[in-house]
Write a protein that binds this ligand. Structure first.
Ligand code: PFF
Length: 460
């Protein structure tokens, strides 16, 4: 390639910015960001709630028409500008235009999402130790352990603290020697554990066939508009889009890599892992005739009842897997915030990581203490639910919509071609999607979040 140097960009890169050591390193880090609680906790449970196969199919379509174009757009903006989200929008357009606000929203989203994400990740860690001790008692007693953990502020705070310390420890090491190095260890381990658990589910339980049927045989009678909209919203969250995480990771990418190829690899891996997690979990659920539509408690309440039968050698790897997945996503959330302070405020990485990581930890206490509630959407709710709702339904879709419109209509064509590497038919197709299809889809998610879609009934 003609301009395949690390510093080939026309934009000032700053001398001290990090970069990925290898392509595999980048793919593992970006996949690490994408694969998280969204894949192993949320995807299986929402698939259960929305009835299986048809939902999975819609979700796959959403990944292709919304996720993939947006991921290419974020990587393009990041690598072209070689900046954090705020600096990137400024560098690729005139300074001090409203587009910068997209970057601000991204940094804020990273801050808010990590603050509650860390609390769930903390529960996953607590469950590693519960698994080692072994689950016992009646189904009700085992399920009550989860309610007790959530309600117990000290335990939640301790695990939230441990998780944040781990994130801070990794991000302080920098792009190559922190994030990349740890992704190279955690991601292959995660993959091995997951394949092992899927193998166990398919070969050693009698729920394997039913689980494959449930996930891959679409039954369109069960598909509601609500389900389709959730699939679209989830495509965002699971691919870490709409808040500048992929943009930031793209800013550390080398010029000689194909953005399209890497975006396809990351989206495909993320999707495959979600499906494997689904197979592993549903094989267990069906083999014990449990309810697939248990909701958010599927992993922390339903599975432990089954783990009491299977023993710790299934449950310990499962919660280690969940923790690793959460950790590689947590570090990407922290990196978005830290990159802003390093690039724009000229803070050292150590100072930025400690101060911002500490602030996110403190803010996360609101979510860790379930007893603190505020009135939200007509009822008293904990901060955990409020932040989860606001970020998934409003912040990420707004960020995604603006990013998509920026990439399609504002970013210079020459900049896009330089990053994309060609202006052939695939490039034209991408631009068409980014101009019309992706923003429309994202707008629909957003209007649904605001309860403004005309064909939906929001009175319930
Ligand atoms: N993609 C992560 C998951 O599926 O759990 C969550 C996430 C990470 C969202 C990073 C956004 C982000 F920037």
């Amino acid at each position: 390639m003609a301009n395949s140097t690390n510093s080939g960009s026309t934009i000032d890169t700053g001398a001290t910015r990090g970069s990925w050591g290898t392509r595999v390193g980048f793919i593992l880090a970006a996949t690490g960001s994408a694969i998280g609680l969204g894949n192993i906790w949320k995807f299986p449970y929402i698939t259960g709630v929305y009835g299986g196969g048809a939902f999975v199919l819609v979700y796959l379509v959403c990944v292709v028409i919304v996720g993939l174009p947006l991921m290419v757009a974020e990587l393009m903006i990041g690598r072209r500008s070689k900046k954090n989200p705020v600096g990137a929008f400024r560098a690729l357009h005139a300074p001090n235009t409203p587009w910068q606000a997209t970057g601000w929203l991204g940094v804020l989203s990273g801050f808010v999402i990590l603050s509650f994400y860390s609390v769930v990740a903390g529960w996953a860690m607590a469950y590693i130790f519960k698994s080692i001790a072994g689950f016992s008692g009646t189904a009700e007693q085992i399920q009550a352990e989860y309610t007790a953990l959530v309600a117990h502020p000290t335990a939640s705070i301790i695990w939230h603290t441990v998780f944040m310390v781990l994130c801070i420890g990794i991000v302080i090491g920098g792009v190559r020697y922190g994030i990349e190095r740890w992704s190279k260890i955690l991601m292959p381990t995660l993959f091995l554990i997951l394949v092992g658990l899927m193998g166990y589910g398919l070969l050693y339980t009698d729920g394997g066939a039913e689980s494959l049927n449930f996930l891959f045989k679409p039954n369109f009678h069960k598909l509601s508009a609500e389900a389709a909209l959730s699939a679209l919203g989830h495509a965002f969250f699971t691919l870490s889009l709409g808040m500048g995480a992929m943009l930031t990771y793209g800013s550390y990418m080398r010029r000689d890599e194909s953005i399209t190829r890497d975006a396809i690899a990351v989206s495909a891996l993320d999707t495959i892992i979600a499906l494997i997690a689904g197979i592993a979990i549903y094989s267990l659920v069906f083999s014990f005739n449990m309810d697939p539509a248990a909701g958010p408690g599927l992993i922390f309440q339903t599975l432990p009842v089954l783990f009491a039968e299977t023993g710790p050698w299934v449950s310990v790897p499962f919660f280690v897997l969940l923790t690793f997945a959460a950790l590689t996503s947590g570090i990407s959330l922290l990196e978005v915030v830290v990159a802003y302070f390093i690039d724009e405020r000229r803070w050292s990485r150590t100072k930025a990581t400690l101060i911002l990581g500490g602030s996110i930890w403190a803010f996360g206490l609101l979510s860790a203490i379930a007893a603190i509630t505020i009135p939200f959407r007509g009822k008293d709710q904990g901060f955990f639910d409020v932040f989860d709702f606001i970020s998934t339904n409003y912040m990420l879709p707004v960020g995604g919509l603006l990013t998509c419109l920026f990439a399609a209509w504002v970013m210079k064509r020459a900049d896009k071609i330089a990053e994309f590497g060609s202006k052939g038919i695939i490039f034209q197709g991408l631009i068409f999607f980014l101009r019309f299809v992706t923003p429309l889809a994202v707008l629909i998610v957003l209007l649904h979040g605001l309860e403004l879609l005309p064909f939906m009934d929001y009175s319930k």
